[in-house]
Design a protein around this ligand. Structure first.
Ligand SMILES: Cc1cc2nc3c(=O)[nH]c(=O)nc-3n(C[C@H](O)[C@H](O)[C@H](O)COP(=O)(O)O)c2cc1C
Length: 211
């Protein structure tokens, strides 16, 4: 399938079969998420990969009983950094320096740290979190497209009680807050009322404004 066929094929699957993803496909989706673009490249989030059936059973009521949580193969929890401090920026710039073999002094001379401090670290804490959450959504989108390219179903899910999920997964102690989930698995077409529903989107004319 080409990219448009893959995107037409995918839909937010409501019922899944429980079949497990091959490790290599899961790895490809995680690689795609890791390769996502993010503002300043900071990737201010973590992604929890949940396979445990027991944990997914505990998660289900916190997601209003949605079946995909337990019928999927894995549930990814995109969790944004609750705050972004100078130490995180320093850790990132140090790691960037090592990956690119660009001396840290040279990176600092470009003024990148100053800009990151001003644009992110100086924000009130809740705005830091919202900025981080926006970056997490970009990774979510990348993961959805990657899954579709492999003909793996993926359901993005905001329908869950974030504070309770945070508590279950002990996220506050890690400076994290859950933002959105991605259930990965295989559609149960016979039992999923959405499986044959035509895809609805705004028309090109309504969506795009060529100016
Ligand atoms: C951020 C986000 C949150 C969503 N939350 C849920 C959810 O909790 N449960 C669900 O079944 N679908 C959820 N959806 C799926 C959307 O309803 C779906 O993507 C949209 O209706 C377009 O349809 P399609 O993705 O099936 O083409 C969510 C989608 C996004 C992008």
């Amino acid at each position: 399938m080409n990219i448009i066929e893959s995107l037409n094929w995918r839909y937010a699957t409501k019922r899944m079969t429980g079949k497990k993803l091959p490790d290599s496909d899961l790895q490809t989706i995680l690689d795609a998420i890791r390769l996502s673009a993010s503002s300043y490249g900071l990737q201010p989030y973590n992604v929890l990969v949940i396979e445990s059936e027991e944990l997914r059973k505990q998660l289900q009521p916190l997601a209003y009983g949605q079946a995909q949580i337990v019928e999927s193969s894995h549930v990814l929890v995109f969790a944004a950094w609750n705050s972004v401090d100078e130490a995180k920026v320093d850790e990132y710039l140090q790691a960037y320096s090592e990956t690119t073999s660009m001396p840290l002094e040279k990176i600092l001379a470009f003024g990148i740290k100053d800009r990151m401090m001003q644009a992110i670290v100086s924000l009130p804490q809740d705005e830091q979190y919202h900025w981080a959450a926006k970056q997490a959504y970009i990774a979510l989108g990348t993961g959805i497209v990657a899954a579709a390219s492999l003909e793996i179903d993926a359901t993005p899910m905001e329908g869950f009680m974030a504070a309770k999920v945070d508590e279950l997964l002990d996220l506050p102690s890690k400076n994290l807050r859950s933002v959105v989930l991605l259930a990965l698995g295989y559609r149960d077409a016979a039992n999923d009322f959405m499986a044959k529903t035509p895809k609805h989107r705004w028309s090109e004319e309504k969506l795009f404004m060529h100016i």
